[in-house]
Design a protein around this ligand. Structure first.
Ligand code: GLU
Length: 443
C-alpha cells in the first residue's frame, strides 16, 4: 500500500463518523500520490500523519440568554489545524449543521487554500451550531459575546485570526471584536471582515465573489472563452454568491438564477442585484420576496437550480450541493465551466463526471481563496496602521487570483495532470506547507 493510502486508511480508522473530513482528506491525499512518491522526505517526516491531525481542537459551551429570558446553550469550536506558514486563519461558521466533521473538513481545506494565496497564513476553522436566522440583534450579540468570552484566550493577531463564514458577517464580527477588545484591553487585528470604521478592509466583503470570477476568467481564457454573453447560474445568495454575480454581470455575463435554503429564483432578464442586496443584506429576508421587485421572475421551492440551462455554473451555497445528477444535467444543457465559490460544493462523483466530460472545473480551495487572501491584506493594513483604497485592494486580489490559477495550472502540468485544477491546487498548496514543516522539525 502506498504512503498516501496508508495515511488515509489510518485517518479514517482514527476519526470514525466524520464523513465530510474523510471526503476532503481523500481528495487531497489521493492527488498527492505522485509528489510523495518522488519526495521520500515527506514520508520519513510523517508529513501526511501530522497534516491530517489538527494542532489542537478547542471545544466549549456557549451559554446565552434569549429574548424570553431563557438560558440557551450551544456548542462552540475552534480547530487550529496547522500553523507551519503563518498564524492560524479561517472563518467562523454559525449554522445548525455545524459539527466536528464539517469543521475538520473546512479547517483541513483551509491549510491548502491559505498556502495557495502565497500569503503567510496557517489553516483553522471554527463555529457553532447556533443559528442566527430569526434571532434578534440582541440575541446574536449575547451569543457572540459568550462565544468570545471563551475563545479570546486562544486567539490574537499573531496567534489565530478568525473571520466570517456562513452565518457570520459584519454584524457578528463586530460583536465579537467588541467583546475581545473589552476582555483583553487591546486593540489589534484579531478578527478580519471588520467594519470599515474600525479596521476592516475595503473590498473584503466583495473579495470571495470577485476572486472567484477572476479565477474563472483565467480558466476560461485558457480555452479562448470569457464571461461575455454567457448565461450564468449562481447558487446561494449570501456574500459569496452576491458579489460573484455582480462581477460576472460586470464582465458581460447574465446571471439568471440564484437560491437560498428555501427556494430559487429564475429571472431570464438577469438578476437584479440591488434587490438581492436589499432582501438579504438589509432586510435579512427570504428570496421569495424577490417577486415584489421583479414581478416577471419565477420563484420555485421544488426542483433544483441546476436544472436551469447555463454556460457557467458557480456553486456558492454550501458543501455537497451539486450532485452527480446535477452535473449530468449541466453537461446535457451545455455547461462549459463550473467554478466553486463555496467550500467543497461539488460531490466527488460529480467532480469526476464534469472533468471526464471536458468541463472546466475550479476547486473551491483555489477559486474561493480571494476571501481569505483579502483577510490577510486586512491583517497587513492593521499591522501597518494604514488603510488602502478599494482599487488598491482589488488590484492585489486580482493579482493573487491570477497567481493561484498559474500555480495550480503549472503544478497540474508538472505532475502529469494538465488541466486538472483539483490536483494542481492540492499539490501547489501542499508543497509550501510540507517544506515548512520539514524545515521546522518534529513539532
Ligand atoms: N470563511 C472564508 C473561507 O472559507 C474566509 C476565511 C477568512 O477570511 O479567514 O475561506
Amino acid at each position: 500500500m502506498s504512503y498516501t493510502q496508508e495515511a488515509l486508511k489510518a485517518l479514517i480508522e482514527k476519526n470514525p463518523n466524520q464523513p465530510e473530513f474523510h471526503q476532503a482528506a481523500t481528495e487531497v491525499l489521493e492527488s498527492l500520490e505522485p509528489v510523495v512518491e518522488q519526495n521520500p522526505q515527506y514520508e520519513k517526516n510523517g508529513i501526511l500523519e501530522r497534516l491530517t491531525e489538527p494542532d489542537r481542537i478547542i471545544m466549549f459551551r456557549v451559554p446565552w440568554v434569549d429574548d424570553q429570558g431563557k438560558v440557551r446553550v450551544n456548542k462552540g469550536y475552534r480547530i487550529q489545524f496547522n500553523n507551519a506558514i503563518g498564524p492560524y486563519k479561517g472563518g467562523i461558521r454559525l449554522h445548525p449543521s455545524v459539527n466536528l466533521s464539517i469543521l475538520k473538513f473546512l479547517g483541513f481545506e483551509q491549510i491548502f487554500k491559505n498556502s495557495l494565496t502565497g500569503l503567510p497564513i496557517g489553516g483553522a476553522k471554527g463555529g457553532s451550531d447556533f443559528d442566527p436566522k430569526g434571532k434578534s440583534d440582541r440575541e446574536v450579540m449575547a451569543f457572540c459575546q459568550s462565544f468570545i468570552s471563551e475563545l479570546y484566550k486562544y486567539i490574537g493577531a499573531d496567534i489565530d485570526v478568525p473571520a466570517g463564514d456562513i452565518g457570520t458577517g459584519a454584524r457578528e464580527i463586530g460583536y465579537m471584536f467588541g467583546q475581545f477588545k473589552r476582555l483583553t484591553n487591546s486593540y489589534e487585528g484579531v478578527l478580519t471582515g471588520k467594519g470599515l470604521t474600525y479596521g476592516g478592509s475595503l473590498a473584503r466583503k466583495e473579495a470571495t465573489g470577485f476572486g472567484l470570477v477572476y479565477f474563472a476568467q483565467e480558466m476560461l481564457a485558457s480555452r479562448g472563452e470569457s464571461f461575455s454573453g454567457k448565461t450564468v447560474v449562481v447558487s446561494g445568495s449570501g456574500n459569496v454568491a452576491t458579489y460573484a454575480a455582480q462581477k460576472a454581470t460586470e464582465l458581460g455575463g447574465k446571471v439568471v438564477a440564484m437560491c437560498d435554503s428555501t427556494g430559487w429564483i429564475y429571472d431570464p432578464e438577469g438578476v437584479d442585484l440591488a434587490a438581492i442586496k436589499q432582501i438579504k443584506e438589509v432586510e435579512r429576508k427570504r428570496l421569495s420576496e424577490y417577486k415584489n421587485y421583479r414581478p416577471a421572475s419565477e420563484y420555485h421551492t421544488d426542483g433544483v437550480i441546476w436544472d436551469v440551462p447555463c454556460d457557467i455554473a458557480l456553486p456558492c451555497a454550501t458543501q455537497n450541493e451539486l450532485h452527480l445528477d446535477h452535473a449530468k444535467t449541466l453537461i446535457k444543457n451545455g455547461v462549459i465551466a463550473v467554478a466553486e465559490g463555496a467550500n467543497m460544493p461539488t460531490t466527488p462523483d460529480a467532480t469526476i463526471e464534469l472533468q471526464n466530460n471536458g468541463i472546466l472545473f475550479a476547486p473551491g480551495k483555489a477559486s474561493n481563496a480571494g476571501g481569505v487572501a483579502t483577510s490577510a491584506l486586512e491583517m497587513s493594513q492593521n499591522s501597518q496602521r494604514l488603510s488602502w483604497t478599494f482599487e488598491e485592494v482589488d488590484a492585489k486580489l486580482k493579482q493573487i487570483m491570477v497567481g493561484i490559477y498559474r500555480n495550480a495550472d503549472a503544478a497540474a502540468e508538472k505532475y502529469g495532470h494538465k488541466g486538472n485544477y483539483v490536483v494542481g491546487a492540492n499539490i501547489a498548496g501542499f508543497l509550501k506547507v510540507a517544506d515548512a514543516m520539514v524545515a521546522q522539525g518534529v513539532v
